[in-house]
Design a protein around this ligand. Structure first.
Ligand code: UD1
Length: 402
């Protein structure tokens, strides 16, 4: 059998950990030729290249270099550039992941050229069409040939939208494949030392060990910070909402230092809304945590961030993927949104949707302080083998059509 060329669309930060396990699994298959196509939606060193390095991904084979813009500019730019690539290289399959603008753009372009499309992480729905990602999810699912899902509610959403049963494959979660694979390696990250979090731990440990309660304190001190990420337009592009959330974070930071690696969009909005007074330090990622307060950092590479998440007392976020990762790590997560397209992280995992009202955010925090926060279980098939299941399904289908 001749090798089948499979394009893997990489575009934005949350895509890279989803394509990595697929790329590694496909490379082992004699019938498959995986080709990484980077659309350039994210382009900064710490939003893109650092992830390729941590995930051991090769340089993208094709780079579209589209960059930022309005939704129309970005989606249209990727479509125009990718159509040219498809006309020249005619792959056998295009795999898109997640819900970013490039996911939608590459799916449409391929479908119109009659190239089969596989959507990994299909069927997620927030039922909130003010969220650009919801539009991307609905359209991508409606034109994909293979819909690989992470959970039962996604299967149900797709069936309700009339997607034929034989196109839906419940395979588990490729992003969790990456997390489980890199969990041990992430423990070697030096981020806690760089931020001075271990330093705070050992000095307090010493003082306490005189009282003979060393073991108990080790645990509480390693977990003596909260981790925050925020970048959704609904939170950071609305000055009043952003300020309300920061008010709540400011109160939480009286109890515990807050580490806040900020997305470039968020950093820009802090400046434009004049919110920098909320932050204790906004210099660089080498800043030491010297007491309570909100510490803003540049975006972090994958392994550093995974290490910080693992040891956090809790995570507050508006990211989708982080709701899933904290569920696997057993770390309490407070989601700063009105809804989630990942309800399994609430029904089975450690996630609580607190929205953007300071009162509810603080209630969530006080409950974590009281009893350590929500305990969860691991959702079905989030076991590190999702990419292998996808590759096996593709192999069977592709062989049949030969
Ligand atoms: C995009 C995705 C979102 C995902 C997020 C993860 C869409 C609609 N949104 O949002 O679902 O959760 O990525 O980060 O696709 N910028 C830089 N450097 C970069 C990339 C972006 O400075 O490497 C700045 C630019 O000013 C840009 C802004 O961030 O205009 C937003 O980037 P964009 O890719 O449009 O959307 P995200 O907010 O990153």
């Amino acid at each position: 059998m001749s090798k089948k060329t499979i394009h893997l669309i990489a575009a934005a930060r949350p895509n890279f950990m989803k394509i990595a396990p697929l790329c590694h699994a496909l490379k082992k298959e004699p019938w498959a030729e995986p080709v990484i196509v980077h659309t350039g939606q994210h382009y900064d060193l710490n939003m893109s290249d650092a992830f390729f390095r941590d995930l051991n991904l090769p340089e993208p084979h094709i780079h579209l270099g589209v960059g930022s813009g309005t939704h129309g500019e970005q989606t249209g730019g990727v479509m125009i550039a990718y159509e040219k690539v498809l006309e020249e290289s005619k792959p056998d399959l295009v795999v898109v992941v997640g819900d970013v603008n490039s996911t939608l753009a590459c799916a449409i372009t391929s479908a119109k050229l009659l190239i089969p499309v596989a959507h990994v992480e299909a069927g997620l729905r927030s039922f909130d069409r003010t969220m650009p990602e919801e539009i991307n999810r609905i359209v991508t699912d409606s034109i994909s040939d293979y819909l690989f899902t992470t959970c039962e509610d996604a299967n149900e959403n797709l069936r309700r939208e009339g997607i034929p049963h034989e196109k839906i494959f419940f395979v588990g979660n490729v992003m969790i494949d990456s997390l489980l694979k890199h969990r041990e390696k992430a423990k070697k990250s030096k981020i806690l030392e760089r931020l001075g979090l271990y330093r705070a731990e050992s000095s307090r440990l010493k003082a306490e060990s005189l009282n003979g309660s060393k073991a108990q304190l080790t645990d509480s001190l390693i977990k003596h910070y909260a981790l925050v990420t925020m970048h959704r337009p609904s939170n950071v592009d609305e000055g009043e909402t952003f300020r309300c959330i920061l008010e709540a974070l400011e109160r939480i930071s009286h109890d515990i230092p807050i580490i806040f690696p900020a997305h470039p969009r968020t950093r820009k909005q802090i400046d434009s809304f004049g919110l920098s007074d909320y932050f204790k330090d906004s210099t660089n990622n080498e800043s030491r945590i010297t007491g309570n307060g909100i510490y803003i950092l540049d975006p972090l590479p994958y392994l550093d961030f995974l290490h910080l998440m693992t040891d956090a007392k809790c995570v507050l976020t508006d990211s989708g993927g982080i709701q899933e990762e904290t569920t696997i790590l057993g770390v309490p997560c407070l989601t700063l949104r009105k809804n989630t397209e990942r309800p399994v992280t609430v029904t089975e995992g450690t996630n609580i949707i607190v929205g953007t009202n300071p009162k509810r955010i603080l209630e969530g925090w006080f409950s974590i302080q009281r009893d350590g926060g929500k305990k969860g279980k691991i959702p079905n098939l989030w076991d590190g083998h999702a990419a292998k299941r996808i590759v096996d399904i593709l192999m069977r289908r592709i062989k049949k059509n030969i």
